[in-house]
Design a protein around this ligand. Structure first.
Ligand code: SF4
Ligand code: SF4
Length: 99
C-alpha cells in the first residue's frame, strides 16, 4: 500500500456511539467527511453494531463541504480539532460556527 502523510484537524471526540467507526466516544476512521453545503453532518457516519478493530488511530477531517462555517477555507477544515455529536437526531460537527 502506498502511504501519504498529511496534516488534518483531529476529531477530538464523537458522541455518535452507534456508528461503526466509534469506540469509547472516539472516531477511528482514517478520515471523515463533514457536511453538505449548508448542514455540517458527518457524511462518514455508518450505523452498525460491529465496530472497527483499529483503535490505534484517531480520525482526521479529510474534507468539509460546509463552506458557510468560519473554520472552512477552500472546502477544507482549518480548526485545530473538532467535536462531533448529536443535534436534532443528526450526527453533526459541533465545532461548526456560521460565518
Ligand atoms: S465522527 Fe462520524 S464517522 Fe467518526 S465515529 Fe463519529 S459519526 Fe462515525
Ligand atoms: S469546524 Fe466547520 S469547517 Fe471544520 S469540519 Fe466542522 S463544519 Fe467543517
Amino acid at each position: 500500500m502506498n502511504k501519504i502523510m498529511i496534516e488534518m484537524p483531529m476529531v477530538a471526540n464523537c458522541m455518535a456511539n452507534d456508528c461503526a467507526y466509534n469506540v469509547n466516544s472516539n472516531c477511528h476512521a482514517k478520515a471523515i467527511t463533514i457536511g453538505d453545503a449548508t448542514n455540517p453532518c458527518c457524511d462518514t457516519f455508518m450505523n452498525g453494531s460491529q465496530h472497527t478493530k483499529s483503535l490505534s488511530r484517531i480520525a482526521g477531517i479529510g474534507a468539509c463541504k460546509t463552506g458557510t462555517c468560519q473554520h472552512n477555507e477552500d472546502l477544507e477544515c482549518m480548526a485545530d480539532t473538532v467535536q462531533v455529536g448529536m443535534a436534532q437526531s443528526e450526527v453533526k460537527c459541533m465545532t461548526f460556527a456560521m460565518r
